[in-house]
Design a protein around this ligand. Structure first.
Ligand SMILES: [Zn+2]
Length: 331
C-alpha cells in the first residue's frame, strides 16, 4: 500500500521536457513537448452524506419518498417527482442484492480504468431498494469471463480498503463465492475476501501424443521468448514489470519469468508464482506469442485460464510483446 499521496495525473503520463524530430514525407519537423492543464474540484453537494457513509461508515443509503415510499438507490434526488415533489428521507439498505441485468465485461479499458480491468459493470437491486445501483463487478475465482455473473445472480457489496468517497470505493462479487459469515457481515472489506482460491481447471492425464505436441510447442515457445528478449521494442513493453508465471498444459509445465525488461522461459515448476496460466493445448499460448491471434482473446474465449483477474494486464503485455516482435520484422 502506498503511503505517498497519489497525484491526480500519474507521473508516467507527464511527458519529459524536450524535443524530437518527426519525419513527414522526407522532411524533418521539430516537435517540442509542452503543457496546458486545468485542475478542478467537484462537490457532491447535497448527496455528500451518501458518499460519506460509504467512505467512513461502510453503509449504503438510499432515499425514501415520504409519500409513496419508493426507495431509490443511489439517492439521486431529494424530492420525489412522482409525488408532486414530496421530500425524500435517507434510509439505509442491505448490502446483498440481485443483478438486474447481465453485465457487460470490460477487458480493454482506457488508461484511466486499465488498472481495474477486466471488470463487469452492471445494475444491482439491493435488499430494501426499489431501483438499481450501477457498480463494478469482480470474481474471486480467477479471470472474469461471461457466465459467472448474470441477470439474477446474487451479489454482495464489498468495500475497498482506501476509500475516498466515490462510487468506485465499492464493488460486488457473487455471494456464491463467499462464506455465510462474509455474506452477513456489514461493511465487508476487500482484504477480508480470499482472492487466492481460484478454481483451477483440471487437466486430463496426458497421452504420449499430448507429450510430443507439448514438446514441439515448447521448443517454438522457447525460441519466440528468446527472440522477445533480444528485441528492443518488446523489452520496452515490460520495463518495470516483474512476474513469475507458471504455465500448465496437458503435456507439461514450464515457467515464464518477466523481470523488468527481461523475459525468459525456464523448464521448472514454480512453488509460488505470481499467477498461473492453464491451457489444455500449449498451441493456444504458442499462437498468441507468435502473433497468430491474441492471447487476450483466448482468455476471453475461455481457451486459456488465468488465476488472477488483475493479471489480465500481464496477458495484455505479452500480446504487446508479440506485436512488437512482428512489427520489428516488418519494419
Ligand atoms: Zn413518491
Amino acid at each position: 500500500m502506498t503511503t505517498q499521496p497519489q497525484k491526480v495525473i500519474p507521473a508516467e503520463y507527464i511527458p519529459d521536457v524536450g524535443s524530437f524530430i518527426e519525419k513527414i514525407e522526407g522532411k524533418d519537423y521539430l516537435i517540442t513537448n509542452d503543457a496546458m492543464y486545468t485542475f478542478y474540484r467537484r462537490t457532491k453537494g447535497e448527496f455528500s452524506s451518501f458518499f460519506l457513509a460509504l467512505r467512513d461508515e461502510k453503509r449504503l443509503f438510499g432515499c425514501k419518498c415520504t409519500k409513496c415510499g419508493l426507495v431509490r438507490v443511489p439517492p439521486f434526488l431529494t424530492h420525489c417527482p412522482d409525488c408532486n415533489f414530496a421530500p425524500t428521507e435517507p434510509v439505509e439498505v442491505g448490502q446483498v442484492g440481485v443483478m438486474n441485468t447481465t453485465p457487460p465485461i470490460t477487458y480493454f479499458a482506457t488508461s484511466l480504468f486499465q488498472h481495474m480491468a477486466p471488470y463487469g459493470r452492471g445494475r444491482v437491486i439491493f435488499k430494501g431498494a426499489d431501483t438499481a445501483l450501477s457498480v463494478n463487478l469482480y470474481t474471486t475465482t480467477g479471470i472474469l469471463v461471461p457466465g459467472i455473473i448474470k441477470k439474477g445472480t446474487e451479489v454482495k457489496l464489498i468495500f475497498k480498503e482506501n476509500r475516498i468517497g466515490e462510487m468506485t470505493d465499492v464493488f460486488c462479487v457473487p455471494t456464491a463465492e463467499l462464506t455465510e459469515g462474509q455474506i452477513q457481515k456489514k461493511g465487508l472489506q476487500e482484504s477480508e475476501i480470499n482472492w487466492e482460491a481460484p478454481v483451477e481447471p483440471v487437466l486430463p492425464a496426458p497421452s504420449q501424443e499430448d507429450i510430443s505436441v507439448y514438446n514441439d510447442a515448447l521448443n517454438e515457445i522457447k525460441s519466440i521468448i528468446s527472440e522477445m528478449n533480444t528485441n528492443e521494442r518488446a523489452r520496452k513493453d515490460v520495463i518495470g514489470w516483474k512476474r513469475d508465471i507458471l504455465v500448465k498444459t496437458r503435456g507439461g509445465r514450464f515457467a515464464i519469468i518477466i523481470d523488468d525488461g527481461d523475459i525468459r522461459l525456464e523448464e521448472k515448476e514454480l512453488s509460488s508464482p505470481d499467477f498461473v496460466m492453464v491451457s489444455d493445448d500449449p498451441n493456444v499460448l504458442l499462437d498468441g506469442l507468435a502473433y497468430r491471434g491474441a492471447i487476450t482473446d483466448s482468455v476471453i474465449g475461455k481457451k486459456l485460464w488465468i488465476s488472477k483477474n488483475m493479471e489480465f494486464n500481464t496477458i495484455f503485455k505479452l500480446d504487446r510483446m508479440a506485436r512488437s516482435v512482428a512489427r520489428s520484422k516488418k519494419g
